[in-house]
Design a protein around this ligand. Structure first.
Ligand code: DAT
Ligand code: MG
Length: 185
C-alpha cells in the first residue's frame, strides 16, 4: 500500500505520514518533521563494485543509523548516466566519467535520516580522494578522482532529482526501524 492508496478523510497531512504498513502517531510525525529527516541518493560506482567494497560502504551507512529506503544493482545506461551528470556536461572529464560509470554494474541506493545529505557527503570525503581524510570512505578506500568509488548527492534538491531519476516512486520503501528511538532522542 502506498501513500496514494490511503483512503480516509484526514487530508494530505496524514496521508504523507503513512509509513509502510503502519501510521506514525501525530507526536512521532511532529518529531520526525521537526528533525527534518531527508533522503539522499548514494551509488557505489563500478570500481567500488569490482573491488568488493559494496558491503563496507553499506555497513558505514547502516552503523551510522541511517535507514535504507531503496536499493538496486544495475548496469546503468549511457542516457541515464549522461542525465545524472548533466551539470558537468561542459567539463573536459565528462565523456570519460560517463564511460567509467558505464563500465560495470553499480549499486544505487536511497538512504534516509536526519541531515543525511550533508552527513552523507562528510562520510564520503572530498571529491578527490587525495584530499579526503582517513575515516571517510574515499579517504580509506581509493586514491584517484577518476576512481573515487562512490557517489552521494550534494544537496537536498539534487538528492530529490537524482532519486527521481534512478527510482520509481513505488521502489522507495518507507518503514519505521525498530532502532529509531534508540538513534533519535
Ligand atoms: P562529487 O562526486 O564529489 O559530487 P562532482 O559532482 O564535482 O564530485 O564530480 C562528479 C564526479 O566527476 C566525481 O566524483 C569524479 C569526477 N570528477 C570530478 N572532478 C574531476 C576532475 N577534475 N577530473 C576527473 N574527474 C573528475
Ligand atoms: Mg556531485
Amino acid at each position: 500500500m502506498n501513500n496514494d492508496e490511503v483512503d480516509d478523510d484526514s487530508g494530505p497531512f496524514v496521508s504523507q505520514l503513512h509509513s509502510g504498513n503502519s501510521y506514525l502517531s501525530f507526536q512521532e510525525a511532529q518529531i520526525s518533521s521537526t528533525m527534518a529527516e531527508e533522503r539522499t541518493f548514494i551509488a557505489v560506482k563500478p570500481d567500488g563494485v569490482q573491488r568488493g567494497l559494496v558491503g563496507d560502504i553499506i555497513k558505514r551507512f547502516e552503523q551510522k543509523g541511517f535507514r535504507l529506503v531503496a536499493m538496486k544493482f544495475l548496469q546503468a545506461s549511457e542516457q541515464l548516466l549522461k542525465q545524472h551528470y548533466i551539470d558537468l556536461k561542459d567539463r573536459p572529464f565528462y565523456p570519460g566519467l560517463v564511460e567509467y560509470m558505464q563500465s560495470g554494474p553499480v549499486v544505487a541506493m536511497v538512504w534516509e535520516g536526519l541531515n543525511v545529505v550533508k552527513t552523507g557527503r562528510v562520510m564520503l570525503g572530498e571529491t578527490n580522494p587525495a584530499d579526503s581524510k582517513p575515516g571517510t570512505i574515499r579517504g580509506d578506500f581509493c586514491i584517484q578522482v577518476g576512481r573515487n568509488i562512490i557517489h552521494g548527492s550534494d544537496a537536498v534538491e539534487s538528492a530529490k532529482t537524482e532519486i527521481n531519476l534512478w527510482f520509481k516512486p513505488e521502489e522507495l520503501v518507507s518503514f519505521k526501524s525498530c532502532a529509531h528511538d534508540w538513534i533519535y532522542e
